[in-house]
Design a protein around this ligand. Sequence first.
Ligand code: NAP
Ligand code: ZN
Length: 319
Amino acid sequence: MPFRYDPGDLGVKEVEIGITHCGICHSDLHLISNDWGMSQYPFIPGHEIIGIISAVGSEVRSLKIGQRVGLGWQSNSCGECEWCTRGLENLCAFSEMTCVHRHGGYATKVRANARFVVKIPDALPSEQAAPLLCGGITVYNPMRDHGINPSSRVGIVGIGGLGHLAIQFARVFGADVTAFSTSAAKEDEARALGAHNFVNTRESKAMKEVAGSLDFILTTANADQEWGVYIQSLRPTGTLCFVGVPPSPVSLHAFPLIAGVRSVTGSPIGSPQRIREMLDVAARHTVKATTESFAMAKANDAIEKVKKNKVRYRAVLAN
Ligand code: NAP
Ligand code: ZN
């Protein structure tokens, strides 16, 4: 039985979106099973939303009814702190998430503060654009922050929803790209997406061969790994950046960090301005999610397929 709720009056700074598409990000699965201890039930997941504006609050000037827009993980922020005023709203301590403590996008409608709702370039079809709103920005933002460029050698760990977009963006930045995957069957597709090299991480010999070769490794895997091996894959001054959330604490020897001035960092989504930039780059450089379409009513089937790592590469629900 579908769950119904009354969202009350529309806030003066809010817009309401009639949802056409919503991607299934692995964070939805983490929230469904309360892996992060922050879920409240009944719970409506979904934060890779594309739709048409159906209502606007009285103070909203930037958006109009009928426009095609997107909404990602973040739905509001304080708007006044150092981070919001610097255009780094994704770092605001009073951030509100689209499907944490409020109902998300596996639905017919959703609401958010207008500052977090972005127009979608005409060149991007809705189904392929939806995964960009969380998966796309999450991998684009750290590559921009870390200055990835044609001289960079970039590794992408985990070729799923985030990873397959990361390969494409790393190529757009001109980098030499190495895909790290537990799925040997993904090699051809990873290369077709733009990877120059493919490492099967289940083979320790293949992992040893890339030792000392990469400047920046972006890990999107949602599972524990031998992180020390990835540190060994970095060149001096290289960075291992976490966007995927492994269940256990990350344990590392200090010596390879010290000896090679290597660093470990993480990155959360991106600001609304970066989301706009990323969408523009995706439109101009034809970065596209590879999607599998499911009817919204089949969300549970789609989630099961994501859980089994069987989706190539992003499941998208459509109303
Ligand atoms: P996904 O589509 O399910 O892809 C995850 C990939 O991780 C899989 O395709 C698989 O790639 C790899 N993987 C799965 N099980 C593994 C295992 N046992 N060992 C090694 N690798 C394994 O998930 P996603 O939507 O891309 O999300 C990935 C992670 O990013 C999740 O933890 C999610 O919560 C997080 N996330 C973070 C942010 C942020 O702001 N930082 C935003 C969005 C998502 P291979 O088959 O190639 O090994
Ligand atoms: Zn997400």
